[in-house]
Design a protein around this ligand. Structure first.
Ligand SMILES: Nc1nc2c(c(=O)[nH]1)N[C@H]1C(S)=C(S)[C@@H](COP(=O)(O)O)O[C@H]1N2
Ligand SMILES: [Mo]
Length: 240
């Protein structure tokens, strides 16, 4: 879909159950809820993205992942051009290169990945720097209570409370399935929030800003729950 989804009218919250219910209705449900439709990544054939075409099964779908982007094209960043900015309500704002992030202690988390669209990839390893470590290095200052994430696609945003952000299964991820994260999957650096639906895991991460309140992210402004907990969220990802 080329266009951006319509923005929902204010004051009409849609709970996660309601959203999942609509998604459960499949293509018909989506057609009835245009604001939930995706901006599918255009560099892949539209057919590979859309079960409604019936072609998905004919196309390679390595590892069971789909590729999502809310914009048509995203610049590629590498070890030379990539930067991650940490700022907002912190004592020590910082800018990290990919090399800086690789040099920090790495944590590996294995958890099931679930998208609200219904697909899942079980036991997926992600590895990178604990978000908590970057927040500690920056020194959160009062009245910091939440974290806002921005992306170098220029559109997508996400958010977590500070408490959620400090969980040990929330990573600034550099590797996925034990290899550097590819551009299509949000590389070189994406967020990985293991205990929540995959929409919380912002791809192409470029900014981490500490804020005083939770600022709803891209899909959250369009009806998704701000707290994207999986049903088994209590089970932390196994750090190895
Ligand atoms: N920047 C950005 N991050 C994003 C998205 C997106 O469109 N843009 N989609 C989200 C959704 S809904 C899902 S399911 C996952 C998909 O990740 P993948 O494309 O690596 O499978 O990324 C999440 N992070
Ligand atoms: Mo998703």
């Amino acid at each position: 879909m080329a266009g951006r989804p319509e923005r929902r009218a204010e004051g009409a919250p849609v709970g996660r159950r309601a959203v999942l219910g609509m998604l459960g209705a499949g293509a018909a449900g989506l057609a009835a809820a245009p604001y939930l439709q995706r901006g599918w990544e255009r560099f892949l054939a539209a057919a590979s993205e859309h079960d409604a075409t019936g072609l998905t099964g004919l196309l390679p779908d390595p590892g069971g992942f789909r590729y999502y982007s809310v914009v048509g094209s995203v610049p590629e960043k590498d070890g030379t051009s990539y930067r991650l900015r940490v700022d907002g309500l912190v004592e020590r704002p910082a800018t990290y290169t990919l090399g800086d992030l690789r040099a920090l202690p790495q944590t590996r988390v294995v958890h099931d990945v679930l998208c609200t669209d219904g697909w899942r990839v079980d036991r997926t390893p992600f590895q990178g720097v604990k978000l908590a470590d970057l927040l500690d290095a920056a020194g959160v200052r009062s009245p910091g209570a939440a974290v806002r994430f921005t992306c170098f696609d220029g559109e997508y945003t996400e958010s977590l409370t500070l408490e959620q952000a400090r969980r040990s299964d929330v990573l600034v991820a550099l590797d996925m399935q034990d290899a550097p994260i590819t551009h299509a999957h949000g590389g070189p650096v994406r967020l990985y929030v293991a205990p929540m639906y995959f929409y919380k895991s912002a791809k192409w991460l470029s900014g981490i800003s500490v804020t005083d309140t939770v600022v709803p992210g891209y899909w959250e402004e369009r009806g998704y729950a701000v707290d994207g907990w999986l049903d088994d969220a209590d089970r932390q990802g196994d750090a190895t």
